[in-house]
Design a protein around this ligand. Structure first.
Ligand SMILES: [Zn+2]
Length: 279
């Protein structure tokens, strides 16, 4: 089990609109905190994991690249730190180059909903060109969230298609199967050979999750689903358990099933090799 989607949130990393929204939705007392040692308690049960930085000043979330690098550099055989740079910054490509070459980070995390940018805007293509040149993957939060200030209309999976066409060798992952636009996510991932999607954070909506998996199966793209948890919101173990429960809703019916062998294949996916993280 390789967890392709985990976070760390240190003291003061989440504020502004994000913190306000989190408290509104999950309660005043909710603390958005996941220290490196807490993250490690989760991912040590996995063969490896990706740990994400977050540079989203537009909504108040800033997990510095240095913070992630300091943690992941202690476990180089197991952890892959992904940088994040705000594409609205004029020097975003050079910030990414620094994070990869100097800090040793292995990928890029982008999130139009939290960073408030339109991914298909040509002015951002130099950043994707830099990722392609550095031969690193991009993990996209390309789906919804609940922060009022976020750019929902910038967050549709199809907005990534022009990027995939321009950079056919660039590996890209759409997190959360692009929820709620799961069909759109599947169609983008199916047509672009170097695109993948992760199933993180889908476990709490059992009907949507079941439908997402069945749709992926019908389109023949179960092989492009990566296992990920979205820790600290879910642990890797919880994610695995909910995946094995995927058919629970339809027990006793003639509805389609996801086979145990298909679930096993996702849980044991060779994600670092697929993404080119190990060379
Ligand atoms: Zn996440």
């Amino acid at each position: 089990m390789f967890d392709c989607h985990t976070h760390v949130f240190g003291p003061g990393h989440v504020g502004g609109a994000a913190l306000e929204a989190v408290k509104r939705v999950w309660g005043e007392k909710y603390e958005m905190k996941a220290l490196p040692e807490e993250n490690y308690e989760c991912v040590k049960k996995c063969v490896g994991a990706i740990v994400l930085a977050f540079d989203a000043p537009a909504t108040g979330m800033i997990v510095p690249n240095e913070y992630v690098a300091e943690y992941t550099s202690k476990f180089l055989d197991k952890l892959f730190g992904f940088a994040s740079v705000d594409p609205n910054k004029w020097n975003a490509p050079s910030l990414l180059e620094y994070a990869v070459k100097e800090l040793g980070l292995k990928g890029l995390k982008l999130a139009p909903f939290y960073q408030n940018f339109y991914p298909d805007g040509k002015k951002h293509f130099p950043l994707y060109a830099k990722a392609a040149e550095l031969n690193i993957p991009i993990l996209w939060h390309q789906g919804t969230s609940f922060i009022p200030e976020g750019f929902l209309e910038a967050s549709r999976p199809a907005a990534l298609d022009p990027i995939a066409r321009e950079f056919p060798h660039l590996k890209m992952i759409i997190a959360h199967m692009g929820h709620p636009w799961i069909g759109e996510c599947i169609s983008v991932v199916r047509k672009n050979t170097n695109m993948y999607m992760d199933l993180s954070a889908l476990g709490t909506r059992s009907w949507q999750y079941y439908n997402a998996m069945v749709l992926a199966k019908e389109y023949g793209v179960l092989n492009k689903i990566l296992f990920g948890s979205d820790y600290p919101f879910f642990t890797s173990e919880e994610t695995k358990e909910s995946l094995y429960q995927i058919n629970h809703l339809v027990e006793g019916t003639n509805m389609p099933r996801i086979l145990n062998s298909e679930i096993e294949a996702i849980v044991h996916r060779n994600t670092p090799e697929l993404l080119g993280l190990v060379k």
